[in-house]
Design a protein around this ligand. Structure first.
Ligand code: NAD
Length: 365
């Protein structure tokens, strides 16, 4: 395997492929002395299963408990992961987690609008919390979650797996270190075809919105970590709805434009009408891009000077290990995966919806 050499990378011309070690994906905050973080997964749907596989592959985490309203799932997960009855909860007796010393952290993997309630209840039970993206369905709910965790003295993280994923972190480095100069234009979109329905995701009370909530949050995130700036204004448009029965409550597709203090702009679409998975940035002296960029990979990276390549990783294990190592070391989770970070994204999504509804440019205070 070739060593990643930054200078040679920058000098590389044409379709050079460089394999990079995972030097900027730290999984060790140190100080955990062989201990593992005992995690209870709350909500046992599709993504909880992927997280459970990530916990199994992790070094510093243990799946110690589950929260589910479905007795059959409790039985099958108990058997598969060897979970004692004393660590199995439902949504009614959830608050009894307070007396359980075998569980350090609750990982909330419920529909979006339920993140707030279960984050606050977990915090009041004295447990650290990671909540899935989007952190909540609006910024005001994020504020309530942050306050509850602060008052309880527990940590609050958001499951932003791409902050531990080497291709995305390379895009962040290329943008923030201005390797190709100042970023001027970003085009970041994520969508998949689901115009025949997406379960709870098309019900506003549970999802908070359509593809912006589910997929657009990644585009907003990436625009912020590639530019290293906070957007100051947004314009947005709802796109035509193909299936009006399915998309009676939420948008089927939305496009928006972010403006940044440097003058950089980002055009994005999140949609259930077409497949797209792309992160493109054009800077003063060249471009850099990923496609696929945001899904579970395998990713492909390219700059105006050649292609780049990293080992594929288990994104969930990398995220969980980095967060667990930090919590076990008694250190605060870094800002870029904290509740404040989730709040920033929700605040921008609030502004995107406001701009799309009003047809006006919205300034983000
Ligand atoms: P899912 O529908 O597969 O699972 C949701 C779970 O919540 C189910 O087990 C369901 O039984 C339970 N639930 C409890 N009360 C419910 C209610 N009132 N209505 C509906 N379900 C209820 O969804 P999912 O794909 O696992 O998504 C869960 C969360 O994880 C979402 O916030 C989603 O955005 C997030 N997610 C993150 C990623 C990622 O890559 N980080 C990927 C997928 C999903």
């Amino acid at each position: 395997m070739k060593q990643y050499n930054r200078r040679r990378f920058l000098q590389a011309a044409g379709a050079t492929v460089l394999i990079a070690p995972l030097h900027h994906v730290s999984s060790g905050a140190g100080g955990h002395n062989g201990r593992k973080l005992n995690i209870a997964l709350c909500g046992l749907g599709v993504y909880a299963q992927i997280l459970a596989d990530g916990i199994t592959a992790s070094k510093f985490c243990r799946l110690s408990g589950i929260v589910t309203g479905t007795p059959a799932k409790a039985a099958s997960w108990k058997k598969k992961y060897n979970i004692p009855d004393s660590n199995i909860y439902n949504y009614s007796n959830f608050d009894q987690l307070a007396g359980n010393k075998d569980i350090d952290l609750v990982y909330v993997v419920l529909p979006n609008s339920m993140h707030k309630e279960y984050t606050i209840r977990a915090a009041r039970a004295g447990k650290h919390v990671i909540t899935e993206k989007p952190m909540a369905t609006n910024a005001a709910d994020c504020e309530a979650m942050i306050s509850a965790c602060r008052e309880a003295g527990v940590q609050l993280g958001v499951g932003y797996r791409l902050h531990f994923e080497p291709y995305n972190m390379e895009m962040k480095r290329l943008g923030q270190e201005k390797v190709f100069g100042q970023v001027r234009l970003m085009e970041i979109s994520l969508g998949y075809k689901a115009d025949d329905g997406t379960g709870w995701r098309t019900h506003r009370a549970l999802s908070g919105g359509g593809p912006l909530m589910n997929l657009g949050v990644y585009c907003v995130q990436a625009a912020r970590y590639v530019s290293g700036e906070e957007p100051i204004a947004v314009t947005a448009q709802f796109n035509p709805i193909v299936n009006k029965e399915v998309f009676a409550e939420v948008e089927a597709s939305i496009t928006w434009q972010l403006e940044f203090p440097s003058g950089a702009i980002c055009n994005s679409t999140s949609t259930y009408t077409a497949g797209v998975d792309r992160l493109f940035a054009s800077a003063e002296k060249g471009f850099f891009e990923l496609s696929p960029a945001i899904s579970y990979g395998p990713f492909r990276g390219r700059t105006s000077e050649g292609t780049f390549q990293f080992p594929e990783i288990n994104q969930q294990a990398a995220q969980l290990d980095a967060m667990a190592a930090t919590i076990l070391a008694g250190k605060p989770l870094p800002a870029h995966i904290s509740g404040e970070e989730g709040w920033k994204d929700c605040r921008i999504m609030d502004a995107i919806y406001q701009a799309a509804k009003s047809g006006q440019k919205v300034y983000i205070g």
